[in-house]
Design a protein around this ligand. Structure first.
Ligand code: MN
Ligand code: MN
Length: 465
């Protein structure tokens, strides 16, 4: 069996890097705390990239400069998605090496006309974003992040609830004593989205004449702090996210519990892998998209032309005679790891996975040949030839990895950005970190897997032929 059998292995047992794993994950936790929205992630990634010498691609275009091997560039896409690249020695026609993740995460969005008063309390109406189990978002502290664009065009950045001294917000839940009717309902019907209103105040404005004193008091506080009026909410994007910070989990501190690890764990690990790349053979690209949790739609999502346009610009700036055929060849010769999280086996919920083909916490990076549901519907299903290339580079670089499926057949399913990238002609396979409690406010990963992802992504950029 040792010689011809196959077994997965525990990443902790395979590593000599325990100290490196723990120190790497300290910065990962700070990244999670700083980037709780796609906008905050983009800001933080640009800050880190510029420190390393990455240049804004759109400035290079404005200044009519060219691109050469070794140049490092990024493009900010509407403050919600970002693509970074290190130019390779080979021409772009030969293809690129890309890792694509997403930086949006399930959350509770604030509606456009959100503020109302009821029984001496003020609330924000909300609309959830992404696939959530609604009950998980009740009775926990929430922080408010986002932007409000004022009448005069000025943008106000909002971040309340992250500082130790900040107030937080919460969506209340019914006490068990009076939940007899609620408890008898199906889980999918027990919590109504329109009842997920966030508590934002309870103190009346000091004026006998006014009708909605609590509401007015909130408006007055917001007017004082941000100079906004109620109408300004119409042009805002505000998001409620869990207010707690990333934490170590377990007596042995071997795991991380935090909000938004789907998919910022892959964004962070691919970003740090790219940041170590200098003078690569192939142009190395890190794509971090938005809107994955709602189907990769919109002009910041993977379904749009953002990646193709970015590559077209690289081809144009790196060659004297740009033509469409160079871009087509570049796309068709490119390889991407679609870096998204996997559903790790949870022994508390048996029967959801095929144990022979599942992602496990602590067994390293998980490769998902196909996602989709039922008969692989909606999957891009990577080719065996591509898997063979990835297998070779991971094994040669001592990356701990295994393969997985998104749960047992016919139990559900889901998708990633892979199918949209495959449509461009790129060879793509899903490859990411196993997660417990995916899409919950507090998701759990193994530090050994986080580090395996970093190692695997780095090997992919540097060593994949
Ligand atoms: Mn994801
Ligand atoms: Mn997700």
């Amino acid at each position: 069996m040792d010689e011809i059998g196959y077994n997965t292995s525990n990443a902790w047992e395979k590593t000599q890097d325990k100290e490196k794993i723990f120190s790497y994950c300290e910065d990962y936790k700070s990244f999670l705390d700083i980037g709780k929205t796609e906008r905050e992630c983009v800001k933080e990634i640009i800050k880190r990239a510029e420190k390393l010498g990455y240049k804004d691609l759109d400035k290079i275009i404005d200044e009519k400069l060219t691109l050469n091997a070794g140049d490092m560039v990024y493009r900010n896409i509407r403050n919600k998605a970002i693509i970074l690249a290190v130019m390779g020695k080979k021409p772009l026609e030969d293809g690129t090496r890309m890792i694509g993740s997403h930086i949006d995460a399930p959350r509770i969005d604030i509606k456009q006309n959100p503020l109302y008063e009821n029984t001496d309390m003020a609330f924000f109406k909300t609309h959830y974003y992404g696939g959530i189990k609604k009950y998980q978002w009740l009775a926990i502290p929430l922080s408010l992040h986002g932007v409000i664009i004022k009448k005069n065009g000025e943008t106000v950045d909002v971040c309340i609830g992250e500082d130790e001294n900040d107030p937080v917000f919460t969506i209340t839940d019914l006490l068990p004593h009076l939940a007899k009717d609620q408890m008898a309902k199906k889980l999918s019907e027990a919590f109504s989205a329109e009842a997920m209103n966030a508590l934002v105040g309870s103190m009346p404005y000091d004026d006998k004449e006014v009708k909605e004193k609590v509401k007015l008091n909130i408006l007055s506080l917001l007017n004082e702090k941000y100079g906004i009026t109620e109408e300004d909410f119409l042009t805002s994007e505000l998001e409620l996210v869990p207010a707690f910070k990333a934490k170590d989990v377990g007596f042995d501190r071997s795991m991380i519990g935090a909000y938004g690890q789907d998919d910022r764990v892959c964004a962070y690990t691919s970003m740090t892998a790219l940041f170590g790349v200098r003078d690569p053979e192939y142009t190395s690209i890190c794509v971090m998209t938005d809107k994955e949790e709602i189907g990769s739609v919109g002009n910041t999502g993977a379904e749009s032309k953002i990646l193709e346009d970015f590559l077209a610009d690289l081809c144009y700036l790196a060659s004297d005679n740009y033509s469409d055929i160079i871009l087509r060849r570049c796309l068709n010769n490119s390889i991407m790891l679609s870096a998204d999280v996997n559903a790790a086996v949870d022994p508390n919920f048996e029967g959801t996975h095929d144990k022979y083909n599942a992602a496990y916490l602590g067994r390293g990076l998980a490769i998902l040949k196909f996602s989709g549901s039922r008969g692989k519907s909606g999957a891009s299903d990577a080719h065996a030839e591509l898997l063979a290339k990835i297998r070779k580079v991971f094994n040669e670089n001592n990356v701990v990895w295994h393969t997985s499926e998104l749960g047992a057949v016919d139990k559900g399913g889901g998708g990633t950005i892979a199918m949209y990238i495959a449509n461009l002609g790129v060879d793509v396979v899903d490859c990411g970190v196993p997660v417990l409690s995916m899409h919950a406010p507090f998701e759990v990963t193994s530090k050994a897997d986080v580090y395996s992802a970093y190692k695997g992504y780095k090997a992919f950029y540097e060593n994949l032929d």
